[in-house]
Design a protein around this ligand. Structure first.
Ligand code: ZN
Length: 150
């Protein structure tokens, strides 16, 4: 397990830690710890507000909120789509993690079209542990990287 993963596990709510330790241990065994990245775990309300503004508010407002939340600034081409559907995310409570596969260069990827199999391997591990998998959501739409406890 990478140091990044361990740090993100410690930031989770105590109720969520056993399931996510099981999940990441399974990913280590099935894929190897260099084949996935825990992109995000616990999220502050400020970060959630900035994410919620993305695709809904003008870029200047999105970046003002991102700066307040300690996030990097985004360019206009990244502000054209909604990335979250709620201000009440399980991430704020420390009950969720976003896990991404890595591309050929070891960087996290959101490219479901090209990395479908890797996304499915990760989802299968999440299902095996009994996590709620965003990949299984139909409404408002699937959120492949997202996992939360029941
Ligand atoms: Zn998520």
């Amino acid at each position: 397990m990478t140091e990044r993963s361990k740090k993100m596990l410690t930031e989770l709510d105590k109720r969520a830690q056993p399931a996510f330790i099981g999940f990441l241990s399974r990913l280590d065994a099935v894929l190897g710890d260099d084949q996935y990245i825990v992109f995000e775990g616990r999220r502050t309300p400020a970060v959630q507000s900035a994410y919620f503004a993305q695709g809904r508010q003008p870029l200047e407002e999105v970046n003002r909120l991102r700066q307040e939340a300690g996030l990097w600034l985004i360019r206009s081409q990244n502000d054209n789509r909604v990335i979250t559907w709620t201000l009440q995310s399980k991430h704020i409570e420390g009950l969720a993690m976003d896990v991404l596969p890595v591309d050929g260069r070891g960087n996290p990827t959101w490219d479901l079209a090209h990395f479908r199999m890797q996304f499915e391997h990760i989802r299968n591990c999440g299902r095996a542990i009994g996590l709620i998998c965003g990949a299984d959501w139909l409404s408002p739409q699937a959120d492949w990287p997202h996992y939360e406890i029941k």
